[in-house]
Design a protein around this ligand. Sequence first.
Ligand SMILES: *Cc1c(COP(=O)(O)O)cnc(C)c1O
Length: 343
Amino acid sequence: MSRRSELTIDLGALRRNVTRMRAAAAPAELWAVVKADAYGHGLIDAARAALEAGAGALCVVTAQEGEALRRSFSDARILVMAPLATGEEAIARSAGLEVALSSPVAPEGLALHLKVDTGMGRWGMSVEEAETVPRKRVVGLMSHLATADDDDSTYARQQIARFSEVARHFDGVPAHLANSAATLGHPEARFDAVRCGVALYGLSPFGDDPAKHGLEPVLSWRSYVALAKTVAAGGSVGYGRRFVAERPTRVGVVPVGYADGFRRGLMGTEVVVGGSRRQVVGAVSMDALVVELDEEEEGATVTLLGDGVLAEEHARHLGAINYEITTGISSDPLRADRKVVDG
Ligand SMILES: *Cc1c(COP(=O)(O)O)cnc(C)c1O
């Protein structure tokens, strides 16, 4: 390891997840959501693997993300799912992006997806507004589900029913509604295409073990024990003395902290040190965390994610969701190495 930590992105796993989700979506097309640097996995690498595995389009949130994709993928369909910011229309036009429209004022010269709010209460316009948009450049009708990952499916089923009703008013316009959770859990939400993000990265949209859904984590994150020491009984670890040793305790300092995306609240979560599960002790600081050790020596590999350590576990520990874990990891080359493998 030439830096303090190393991120490994497994594009083989990503392609297998795309294949898995395509099978779940069929006969609908799968569109790959690669916003936010592909949920922290790397925009261009993830997009390339998704297209190779049969994704029919790429979905992002900003025109700049779309423009960056266009430089690498001259023929791909690229959809910007959120409204353009002031000044972004020109970028979208020159990059040939398709855009989601959340109000009936249609920008000139762009292929449009009418985004209807069926209950998410965020972006999107009313059906009445959507019906006033001239159909000439409309290439899609879309909406977004608020509770597709919820055990209680009542609200999701209401939204799906509402969207089906809307779709009847837009005969012949390709309709897309489902995210990853709905693709797996609500077959009636598939329509003509599904927009999957989280599942493609091998993360469970339900926060449980991704293997249960046939998904494999794509990202792993490793560092090492940079310094091993024994804390005497009564001695403490880190800011605020959040860990006080009851007996002499061997610990290892790992050069990764919350500035790298290993969140401060992850005290007590487990990582793998030299093949065994070990607890993070004391408050995580900006540039370091501390793990409890047994016999492991300095230099031992510490797996923060991967080797069975799931983003879902860290998320549960934080009261967060797995999406927040991977999007929060910093791949800043001044701090971490990033390696792409194709397994
Ligand atoms: C992010 C996003 C998705 C993908 O959701 P996942 O839960 O990651 O599959 C789909 N549609 C819209 C509008 C989104 O913003």
